[in-house]
Write a protein that binds this ligand. Structure first.
Ligand code: A2P
Length: 198
């Protein structure tokens, strides 16, 4: 963002100088001030470009990830490079401004598995993430739900139900249109923003 700019307007964005930003983060890591450094919302291309210049690899790439946006391509790339994938919006962020909110917890596969297993849709969505090998970052302002969301470690979704998740039609819930403008800012289209991972 431009210095002093407020709001997610495309004209407030400036192209990020990733190599020099990353060098500054590496200096924090090398000095011991940061125990790990990572990135968020990086596509496979952005991550690859960073790895080309990095001397310290990002420990993690935190991205939107849930049963209806499984990040198959990025997951494989992260795995092949030893970068841990961490999922934000693992419940699809119901109760927020996000379009399509509720689509994850109401998805027929999620509700079917929840019913079969005697778990809640939220627990199933989180457990699916853990079984896929990424970490999940659910948020709740309710104690009962926070407890519910923690209760995902001593059971697992069996293979016959787990495979059903691979049939789910994929869509990104947070497409970032507000970062995109035909003439203003660094991203002309959502395809540009996500380097085609859309
Ligand atoms: P609340 O704070 O009222 O519990 P995400 O982590 O995917 O961004 O989703 C956060 C949203 O999901 C919040 O609106 C939160 O609402 C809601 N939420 C968190 N845990 C649960 C749950 N176990 N069941 C249903 N909704 C949940």
């Amino acid at each position: 963002m431009k210095k002093g700019a407020a709001g997610y307007k495309p004209e407030n964005l400036i192209p990020a100088d990733m190599p020099s930003t990353w060098r500054a983060m590496e200096a924090l890591y090398d000095s011991g001030m940061a125990r790990a450094i990572g990135v968020s919302n990086f596509s496979s291309k952005k991550l690859g470009d960073l790895l080309d210049v990095a001397s310290v690899s990002p420990a993690v790439n935190q991205v939107e990830c849930h049963p209806i946006w499984q990040q198959t391509k990025l997951r494989e790339f992260c795995n092949s490079k030893g970068v841990h994938l961490s999922g934000w919006s693992p419940l699809g962020s119901p109760g927020t401004w996000i379009k399509g909110k509720g689509d994850v917890l109401n998805h027929p596969v999620v509700t079917l598995v929840a019913k079969e297993m005697g778990k809640t849709p939220a627990q199933v969505a989180l457990r699916w993430g853990l079984q896929m090998g990424h970490s999940v970052l659910p948020k709740s302002t309710h104690e009962a739900r926070i407890r519910e969301n923690f209760d995902v470690f001593d059971w697992s979704i069996p293979d016959d139900l787990f495979t059903k998740f691979s049939e789910i039609e994929q869509k990104r819930l947070v497409r970032g249109e507000y970062f995109v403008h035909r003439t203003l800012g660094p991203f002309k289209t959502v395809e540009d923003l996500w380097d085609g991972e859309i």
